[in-house]
Design a protein around this ligand. Structure first.
Ligand code: SF4
Length: 293
């Protein structure tokens, strides 16, 4: 199999079969991210892609879910995505779904009928690193889209029946801005239909813009208890039925919940942690995080 550069997949795609279709990120400018800093965006040539599918088919002919690599393979044109999906079905006849990462920006160049057609070709399960729905926080993170874009583009996915997942990042708005970020993000996320929301918490790594800003005191990171309260606020204000996963390594306290059914339970659990664990202990945990992988 051809794998160049960093290959990153979400934890919930652990049992999917990974095929390289792109590597790197076309945006590569988010202020908190250094994932693909030293890589150029690359699209796998068709011949290389076919070789990988043939190899996968030789040892996993019954593969049912494929995860395509790269920070945003959904940036590819409708025609290119459709061609790749058809090829996947040629080699892997039992494949049911083709999942991948996308940015909100990458949906803009696709019409609803095209999304519907891609959905019918098995493309379903789009992971979107939304991080926030609050405009000031999106600007600080340099995500390259606004809350309005997020709603408009995800409504197109809803209309096309294409399933998608969000990420919310606690701590991203900085000290004393977490409440605003949580309330605004919950309002925006509630206007669309993410199948689930995965929660990460900001960890500053040295080769990022936000780290540099923190060194210069232009960005003051939120404390750990503030982040747990932010998560409580976010959950309280969410008005959709969804599954929340706050169990990645960047969360001091890993937890998950079906919402709204388990809202009270998760809020109480988080309160217990806020009341019984010291801020210092939580900060020590984050200082010892050297990687999110
Ligand atoms: S967060 Fe995602 S979109 Fe932003 S630079 Fe990193 S990989 Fe690219």
């Amino acid at each position: 199999m051809h794998f160049t550069g960093r290959t990153w997949r979400p934890p919930y795609e652990a049992s999917s079969f990974i095929v390289q279709v792109t590597s790197g990120c076309t945006h590569n400018k988010c202020s908190f991210c250094s994932l693909y800093k030293n890589e150029c965006f690359r699209m796998s040539p068709l011949e290389e892609f076919k070789e990988d599918l043939a190899e996968l088919a030789s040892y996993q002919p019954t593969a049912r879910r494929i995860f395509l690599t790269g920070a945003n393979p959904f940036v590819m044109s409708y025609e290119n995505l459709a061609e790749r999906a058809l090829l996947i079905h040629d080699y892997l006849v039992e494949c049911q779904t083709i999942a991948m990462f996308s940015s909100i920006r990458d949906i803009k160049n696709k019409k609803v009928w095209q999304l519907r057609r891609l959905r019918s070709l098995g493309i379903n399960g789009i992971s979107i690193g939304t991080e926030s729905g609050d405009n000031s926080t999106l600007l600080l993170a340099n995500k390259g889209y606004t809350a309005k874009d997020l709603i408009e583009q995800c409504r197109k996915l809803d209309e096309a029946g294409m399933e998608y997942y969000f990420v919310y990042m606690t701590g991203l708005a900085g000290k004393e801005n977490s409440y605003r970020n949580a309330v605004n993000s919950a309002k925006v996320f509630s206007k669309v239909n993410p199948r689930f929301i995965s929660v990460d918490s900001l960890t500053l790594f040295p080769d990022t813009e936000l780290y540099r800003m923190a060194q210069e005191r232009k960005f003051i990171p939120a404390g750990e208890k503030e982040r747990l309260e932010e998560l409580q606020t976010f959950i309280k204000h969410l008005q959709i039925r969804t599954h929340l996963f706050a169990n990645s390594v960047s969360n001091f306290y890993p937890t998950t919940a079906f919402l709204p059914k388990e809202r009270d339970r998760i809020i109480s659990e988080l309160q217990y942690i806020i009341d019984t664990v010291s801020e210092e202990e939580m900060q020590e945990y984050r200082r010892n995080l050297h990687t999110l992988g």
